[in-house]
Design a protein around this ligand. Structure first.
Ligand SMILES: [Cu+2]
Length: 185
C-alpha cells in the first residue's frame, strides 16, 4: 500500500489506486449523505421543538395575566385646563372632579392620583367605602398631588362628594363636586 501511494504522486495511477479512489469517493459520499440526513433531522427537530414549546410559554403568561391585572391606576383632576373647571348648563364654569362618573371592578385595587388645579382645597369622600381624602390647594400651573387607594369589594353604585364648602352649585350637581362610582362584579 505504501508503494501504491507513491505511484499516485507520480501521476500514473494503477488499478489499485483507482479502486482506492473509488472507495474513498463512495465513503465520502455516504458520510456526506449521512451528515446531511443528521443535519436535516436536527433542524426539523429544532423546529418541532420550537413549535411545541411556544404554546406552553404563551399559556403560562396568559394564566399569570389575571393576577397582575388586579391593580389599576386612576387619575382625577380638580378644575383642569382649559376651562379650570367644567361648564354647567347654566353657562358658568364650576368646580369639578374630572371624571365625575367612575367605573371600577370589584376586587381590583385602584391606585388613585388626584391633581388639584384649584387654589382652594377640596376633598373626595365616599363613606360607604371608608374613603375621606383631603385634597390640598394647588394652582393651574402647579397642582397639588394626592394619592389614595380604593379596593371595592362588591358591586353597586355609590355616591362620592366633596364635603368642603366650595362651589355651592357644583356641590349640588353630579359630575361636579359630587358623582357616582359604579362598581361592577
Ligand atoms: Cu369641593
Amino acid at each position: 500500500m505504501s508503494s501504491g501511494s507513491t505511484m499516485v504522486d507520480q501521476g500514473a495511477p494503477d488499478l489499485g489506486s483507482l479502486r482506492l479512489r473509488g472507495l474513498l469517493t463512495l465513503v465520502t459520499g455516504i458520510v456526506l449523505v449521512v451528515a446531511a440526513a443528521f443535519a436535516l433531522t436536527a433542524g426539523v427537530g429544532a423546529i418541532w421543538h420550537k413549535v411545541t414549546a411556544t404554546p406552553a410559554v404563551a399559556a403560562t403568561s396568559a394564566a399569570a395575566a389575571p393576577a397582575s391585572s388586579s391593580t389599576a391606576s386612576l387619575k382625577l383632576s380638580v378644575n383642569p385646563a382649559p376651562l379650570g373647571g367644567v361648564k354647567g348648563p347654566d353657562g358658568l364654569v364650576h368646580d369639578a372632579f374630572v371624571p365625575g362618573a367612575l367605573t371600577m371592578t370589584a376586587g381590583t385595587k385602584y391606585d388613585v392620583t388626584v391633581y388639584n388645579y384649584d387654589t382652594q382645597s377640596h376633598a373626595w369622600m365616599l363613606p360607604e367605602l371608608n374613603i375621606d381624602v383631603m385634597v390640598p390647594a394647588g394652582s393651574a400651573s402647579s397642582p397639588s398631588v394626592t394619592h389614595f387607594t380604593i379596593t371595592p369589594k362588591s358591586a353597586g353604585t355609590f355616591q362620592w362628594f366633596c364635603p368642603l364648602p366650595c362651589d355651592k352649585w357644583g356641590m349640588a350637581h353630579d359630575g361636579f363636586m359630587r358623582g357616582y362610582l359604579t362598581v361592577k362584579s
